[in-house]
Design a protein around this ligand. Structure first.
Ligand SMILES: *Cc1c(COP(=O)(O)O)cnc(C)c1O
Length: 383
């Protein structure tokens, strides 16, 4: 086994593998080592961070730094609250309708369903009130139907979408232009958060779970317009889901996921050190480009069926084809040979099958190149 740190930034430790999983995702070695160095004695406290009180000044400094860094990375104005909450992105599927479904007279929210995650969110929201599906339900997601076919609600309480469908590999780079200016837009950015910059002032709220691009699971970051939260008149929201309560208590109504906040803080400052979202955007472009080139130059050996315009830069599902159909035998030998080359977590989601390559911020260009070389060799040996 080689231990080539020039090719593979992760493998200074030979037991480390390159993890292309959909999440929890690989973190930069630099961050892991820093955490390891502080593990038994955080900053002279004599304790691990997870042993510190969430009311301690040491933890207050961590959560405040994390908030400052994310405000800086995304230019978030004071009119937006930044919350560090529990329950992952999935908890927000319930919290969003509970807080915002009654914002407007229609008492109805519009959901653009483009894949697995937005579908899950729409179905959860239906427990709490009226949800309008903007485009017809599909069982083969390959892109986004043209905006002029969408059915929007008059005076909708909010418009909801997912900017990157992690399982289907569909990414919406731009905010849909057809949504009326005064309709609050809410977006699940879990899987492409921090891979590009965006204008937060175009959104009422965005949220992202941490374990894709900024750390450890259990934590969801919520960025929400304070004035909308103030307008909420629903008095029967479960307390930990109530943004009003969470804002009033600076994410500390109860114990926040302190260790995950600590890792998020490290990841935000790592992201800044890399050159911020401009660099992350370039990196994401380069990594996804080499993978899609390999697919598109494979003469149909590798196949990704997503419309070009909506191909995700972050999660790339593909099938390995033989005689015009997806070949599960080749796919399983691809996966086992990848493992032998120390590249793991490449199996596609059961909903779509095949292979899925996830290229979160913690995966380097060198590691992606290593995978692409493997793909070309595998094709040569199997076609
Ligand atoms: C991972 C993911 C979720 C779910 O996150 P949890 O932290 O497991 O709740 C939701 N939406 C998207 C787009 C995701 O990628």
């Amino acid at each position: 086994m080689t231990n080539d740190s020039s090719v593979n930034g992760c493998c200074e430790h030979s037991e480390r593998k390159v993890n292309f999983g959909p999440g929890p995702a690989q973190l930069p070695l630099e961050v892991l080592k820093n955490v390891q160095a502080e593990f038994l004695n955080y900053n002279g406290s004599g304790s691990n961070v997870m042993e510190l009180s969430h009311r301690s000044s040491a933890f207050a400094k961590i959560i405040q730094e994390a908030e400052q860094d994310i405000r800086e990375l995304l230019s978030i104005p004071e009119s937006y609250a930044v919350l560090f909450l529990q329950g992952g992105a999935t908890a927000q599927f319930s919290a969003v309708p509970l807080n915002f479904l009654n914002l407007k007279s229609s008492q109805t929210a519009d959901y653009l369903v483009t894949g697995y995650w937005s579908e899950k969110a729409a179905k959860e929201a239906e427990k709490f009130g009226k949800i309008n599906w903007v485009v017809p339900k599909s069982d083969k997601y390959r892109g986004v139907p043209a905006e002029n076919t969408w059915k929007l609600t008059e005076n909708s309480s909010y418009f909801y979408y997912c900017s990157n469908e992690t399982i289907h590999g569909i990414e919406l780079e731009d905010i849909p232009s057809i949504v009326p200016k005064d309709t609050p837009i809410i977006c699940d950015m879990s899987s492409n958060f921090l891979t590009r910059s965006f204008d937060i002032t175009k959104f009422a709220m965005v949220f992202a779970s941490a374990q894709k691009n900024f750390g450890a699971s259990g934590l969801v970051l919520v960025i929400v317009r304070k004035d909308l939260v103030e307008k909420n008149t629903n008095n029967s929201i479960p307390v930990t889901f109530d943004y009003k309560v969470q804002i009033a208590n600076a994410s500390m109504y109860n114990t926040p996921p302190t260790f995950s906040v600590y890792i998020a803080n490290k990841m935000f400052s790592w992201t800044k050190r890399q050159g911020g979202l401009k660099s992350m955007n370039q990196l994401s472009d380069k990594k996804s480009k080499v993978v899609y080139e390999t697919i598109d130059q494979s003469n149909g050996f590798y196949s990704n069926v997503i419309e070009n315009k909506y191909r995700s830069r972050v999660n790339i599902p593909l099938r390995i084809m033989k005689d015009g159909t997806a070949n599960e035998k080749l796919e399983s030998s691809f996966l086992s040979e990848a493992v032998k080359s120390n590249m793991i977590e490449l199996k596609g989601h059961r909903a779509v099958g095949g292979i899925r390559i996830s290229l979160y911020n913690g995966v380097s260009l060198q590691e992606t190149t290593k995978l692409v070389d493997f793909m070309r060799t595998f094709q040569k040996n199997n076609s």
